[in-house]
Design a protein around this ligand. Structure first.
Ligand code: DHB
Ligand code: FE
Length: 248
């Protein structure tokens, strides 16, 4: 383990030094960069993980996919909560708001056999682009749920369409995006996590075809197999999403 960190950290430092040389970085610029990093010390605690996720989390998901064959994984983001309520066929929403969305599919192993008892967590932003569970007046049972998969592997859950969302951008993470000429928007998306004994935990997202922010996601998480053109069922949009789990 210490050998691995030695190798990886030495390479990381080497890459940064190459960038400094390549761009003829001056003392002044170097000090400005250190000064910028100092802002994280005074910022709220979430800023460091936010910046790391924004820059590197999707890459780690891509790396994972070079080692397994099941559904394409994607970044978890900062808003997963273990304490999501168990649901049957509905995620609790503020009913008067938002366009209905039905999410349905199957949870299987690589051979297509249902994974009975898998826990499927679903969470997403509300129609205003906010996540529940992070303030006293926004309880955790809204816009998230944990579905226990039955013997057929199939699930069908009704909720509402998430809205596009800006990552918090009034701190250093937002400033960093600005330095790179980027905006803080993420396309609308639904998060999923699937857990089952004997299988690798799958964390992924679904995006919607036609979304304005697909090509410029602030956290660069969009991957083409995760972009879905929703169908229509009655008054609802219909997102078909299957989850194929790799053996542990
Ligand atoms: C990030 C990811 C999200 O899905 C989200 O809603 C907000 C932020 C992130 O990786 O920083
Ligand atoms: Fe998100």
């Amino acid at each position: 383990m210490s050998n691995r960190s030695e190798v990886v950290i030495r390479d990381l430092v080497k890459s940064v030094r190459e960038v400094l040389r390549h761009h003829d970085v001056t003392f002044e610029e170097y000090r400005a960069a250190v000064g910028f990093l100092m802002k994280y010390a005074k910022a709220p605690e979430f800023e460091i993980p936010l910046t790391c996720d924004m820059l590197f989390n999707a890459t780690v998901a891509d790396i994972e996919m070079t080692h397994r064959k099941g559904s394409v994984s994607n970044l978890e983001g900062p808003y997963f909560l273990e304490s999501a309520p168990t649901i049957t066929d509905r995620i609790k929403t503020r009913d008067e708001q938002g366009e209905a969305l039905i999410i349905e599919g199957r949870v299987t192993d690589l051979s297509g056999k249902p994974v009975e008892g898998a826990q499927l967590y679903i969470w997403h932003a509300d129609p205003q682009g906010y996540y529940s569970g992070y303030s006293d007046d926004y309880p955790v049972d809204l816009y998230r749920g944990k579905k226990i998969i039955g013997p057929t592997g199939e699930f069908s859950v009704r909720t509402t369409m998430p809205a596009p969302y800006t990552i918090p951008h009034d701190g250093p993470s937002g400033e960093l995006l600005g330095f790179m000429g980027r905006h803080p928007w993420r396309p609308a998306h639904v998060h999923f996590k699937v857990r089952a004994p004997g299988f690798i935990e799958l964390t992924t997202q679904a995006y919607f075809a036609g979304d304005k922010w697909l090509d410029s996601d602030s956290v660069e998480g969009v991957r083409s197999p995760l972009v879905h053109a929703p169908g229509i069922r009655g008054d609802a949009k219909l997102l078909k999403k299957d989850f194929v789990l790799d053996p542990a």
